[in-house]
Design a protein around this ligand. Structure first.
Ligand SMILES: Nc1ncnc2c1ncn2[C@@H]1O[C@H](COP(=O)(O)OP(=O)(O)OP(=O)(O)O)[C@@H](O)[C@H]1O
Ligand SMILES: [Mg+2]
Length: 268
């Protein structure tokens, strides 16, 4: 049974300034344990920067001048310096493994440092393989994994081994992995989840979304009931796209049955 961390019950973003040093329109945002919050905005609007402010536990010392509180208090300096104590997991936008070791050795090392059971590394690989088309084998070198495989492995590692109460996700949709399953795996169990996304399905899966422009937060939108319905329809269309993508990836032709499926997905 995985240990559920309850030591971070909320985080608060005390807003700062945008790229032109104008104050952000929202004073503060509090996110409670168990919440999934989206971050949306055009390219270059400051989404990754906001995630990085949270990851660094900014205290007015970054260009945005934001401050991050944990449990309504300014975090101790030790928390900022010691990644083990910080307990914030980040899935960054562009990542590649640099360590020269096998997948299994890496997971064993991580599981041991987190005091996890010895069967956790294999469980992590099995979980990663539910997210990616081309399976990861335990004796592969980390450096030869593809972008999608690396992402899938990190998602499973964060979900199963890291067990951090705060999870920051930067654009999971571009990695070619099963994004909705990945978000479900990473969220829940009382975690605080922030997910940067350009994807409407993921954005509408969240409870509310922070809107960014020109480096600043310009608003927060609660996901409305109609948006949840739109999300359900979009998920079906998305499922269709996944099947089509898989068929094309596996070298199959797109036959009549796909057209029928498209018509029924389109007429939802
Ligand atoms: N509040 C801010 N003050 C000053 N500079 C900022 C601020 N917010 C973002 N920037 C700068 O703007 C640039 C773009 O920001 P960022 O990479 O966070 O955008 P993004 O929304 O993640 O874009 P993409 O969708 O392309 O990933 C970066 O160089 C960043 O340092
Ligand atoms: Mg970004």
């Amino acid at each position: 049974m995985t240990h559920i961390s309850t030591d971070i019950s909320d985080i608060t973003i005390l807003c700062g300034v945008d790229k032109d040093c104008n104050p952000e329109s929202v004073g503060e945002i509090q996110i409670k344990a168990g919440e999934i919050v989206g971050i949306v905005g055009p390219t270059g609007s400051g989404k990754s920067t906001l995630i990085s402010d949270i990851e660094q536990l900014a205290c007015g010392d970054t260009p945005s001048r934001r401050k991050i509180l944990i449990n309504c208090e300014e975090p101790d300096q030790i928390l900022r310096r010691d990644p083990k104590k910080k307990r914030i997991a980040q899935l960054s936008q562009n990542m590649r493994f640099l360590a020269d070791m096998t997948v299994l050795d890496f997971l064993r090392m991580h599981a041991k440092s987190r005091g996890k059971n010895s069967d956790t590394p294999q469980q992590t690989i099995r979980t990663a393989n539910t997210l990616t088309g081309e399976p990861i084998s335990e004796d592969s070198q980390l450096t030869i994994l593809s972008g999608g495989q690396s992402r899938a492995l990190m998602v499973a590692d964060i979900a199963i081994i890291s067990d951090s109460p705060v999870v920051l996700i930067d654009e999971i949709e571009n990695a070619g992995i099963r994004k909705r399953e990945a978000l479900r795996l990473l969220s829940g169990r009382g975690k605080i989840v922030l997910v940067v996304t350009h994807d409407p399905v993921l954005a509408l899966m969240t409870e509310r979304r922070i809107v960014m422009k020109n480096g600043g937060i310009t608003g927060i939108i609660e996901t409305a009931e109609t948006e949840r319905e739109v999300c359900a329809h979009l998920s079906e269309l998305d499922e269709y796209m996944m099947e089509l993508r898989d068929a094309i990836r596996c070298g199959r032709s797109v036959e009549g049955s796909y057209l029928d499926a498209f018509r029924s997905a389109g007429s939802l």
